[in-house]
Design a protein around this ligand. Structure first.
Ligand code: S3P
Length: 442
């Protein structure tokens, strides 16, 4: 993990032009390693995101007994130990900055008769784990030690896991996935009922590996997921498509920097991840989907975005799960739109790598953009331009850092971040990608 802060400044330097590819999807990369570790035999992964978050999950999988081989850039093989087959790790598992890695592996360990200690950096140590521990305890795991429902904590997995019916109180794919991974070891059927559907990568990958998993609509926005326990997971190759949450940064940068014309290649268009594209289109952004195709079970396209005039919009709370990581950069787009943008129902942003609701508001204020936090809503008063000139505190949060730098690319004066080091957790090569398009970052 980075120790010395790495300041970075972005300044305006004409239009952005060119074609780029962003790294593999972070959510799918974590799941590929974890399900690979629980399968019997060898899983071949191509396009794995080699960011710090995912590398920590790879180390955890190895510490739990899987054989994890790095063969070439993005190419990894995982030889799994079978459902319930994890070995007790000798040392604490360190998840660094990653809530996803930590919570998903908590679930996987909860279904194995071993104890493991989970830890992370100062940001991860502040994040709530009780929401995950509670259903895992119902399945039969025990929390041996924990500082107030947070890391570091030691979990003893269930010796005789019990299938449960679980209705998460927050819309969280991490929470859902932790329960499904633990439930793999339980005899009988586990059911998760989400009132708001969240990203479905765990469900899709489990089906890909041969598990008996059924997904049906539930209510207006929800889903009912039923998983038959104790499957033998058979390895299948995994191709990781480009991460829409990383693509968001060059896409918004191009949409708000006059004269820009950019293509981001092979971006995953899973509807449960596409909220930003929907919202940018409503704002009037010129985004085209080129070469629509299927990659590794997901629809992908090359996205062409050209700069144009944006207008403020009202973003409904129901859309939040499909763009939960994109609000900081959407707020930057909203600053460059004409009129007010209201983003509703952002409570979950308070428990991300930072209090992202507060950090996003502070990012805009530091650059002279009018913004209000009203309850769980964020209101941005767009003026079609931003003064910039701010120094943004990133609070160990990669997405705050990248959103601030996108603002600096389009604003009148440069924007600096106090620490760009955490960008490597999800988007190594961010500065290279943005420079390739013509951005000035130094
Ligand atoms: C993720 C789920 C989301 C998201 C995170 C990745 C996942 O978190 O913010 O970056 O891969 O399941 P929550 O489940 O806490 O909403």
């Amino acid at each position: 993990m980075p120790i010395d802060p790495t300041p970075l400044t972005a300044r305006r330097h004409g239009p952005l032009k060119g074609r780029v590819r962003v790294p593999g999807d972070k959510s799918i990369s974590h799941r590929a390693l974890i399900l690979g570790a629980l399968a019997v035999g060898e899983t071949r992964i191509t396009g794995l995101l080699e960011g710090d978050d995912v590398l920590n999950t790879a180390k955890a999988a190895a510490a739990l007994g899987a054989r994890v081989d790095h063969r070439a850039a993005g190419e990894w093989n995982v030889r799994g130990v079978g459902v319930g087959g994890f070995a007790e790790p000798k040392r604490a598992l360190d998840f660094g900055n990653s809530g996803t890695g930590c919570r998903l592996v908590l679930g996987a360990v909860a279904g194995c008769p071993i104890a493991a200690t989970f830890d992370g950096d100062a940001s991860l140590r502040r994040r709530p784990m009780r929401r995950v521990l509670e259903p895992l305890e119902r399945i039969g795991a025990r929390t041996l030690t924990s500082r107030d429902g947070r890391l570091p904590l030691t979990l003893a997995g269930a010796r005789e896991p019990i299938p449960i019916v679980f209705e998460p109180q927050v819309a969280s794919a991490q929470l859902k996935s932790a329960v499904l991974l633990a439930a793999l070891s339980a005899p009988g059927e586990t059911v998760v009922v989400e009132t708001q559907a969240t990203r479905d990568h765990t469900e899709k990958m489990l089906a890909h590996f041969g598990a008996d998993i059924r997904v049906a609509p539930a209510g207006e926005h929800g889903r009912r997921i039923a998983l038959a326990g104790q499957p033998e997971l058979s390895p299948r190759p995994i191709i990781v498509p480009a991460d829409p949450s990383s693509a968001a940064f060059p896409l918004v940068a191009a949409a708000i920097t006059p004269g820009s014309d950019v293509i981001v290649e092979g971006v995953m268009l899973n509807p449960l991840r596409a909220g930003l594209i929907v919202t940018l289109a409503e704002m009037g952004a010129m985004i085209e989907r080129l070469e629509l195709r299927n990659e590794g079970g997901e629809q992908v396209a090359d996205l062409r975005v050209r700069a144009g005039t944006l207008r403020g919009v009202d973003v409904p709370a129901e859309r939040a799960p499909s763009m939960i990581d994109e609000y900081p950069v959407l707020a930057v787009a909203a600053a460059f739109a004409e009129g007010t943008t209201v983003m509703r129902g952002l409570k979950e942003l308070r428990v991300k790598e930072s209090d992202r609701l507060a950090a996003t508001a502070a990012l805009l204020r530091a650059n002279d953009v009018a913004v209000e936090v009203e309850g769980d809503d964020l209101v941005v008063y767009g003026k079609g331009r931003a003064a910039g000139g701010g120094v943004v505190a990133t609070h160990m949060d990669h997405r705050i850092a990248m959103a601030a730098l996108v603002m600096g690319i389009a604003s009148e004066r440069p924007v600096a971040v106090d620490d760009a080091a955490f960008i490597a957790t999800s988007f190594p090569g961010f500065t290279d990608v943005m420079r390739a398009l013509g951005a000035e970052l130094s």
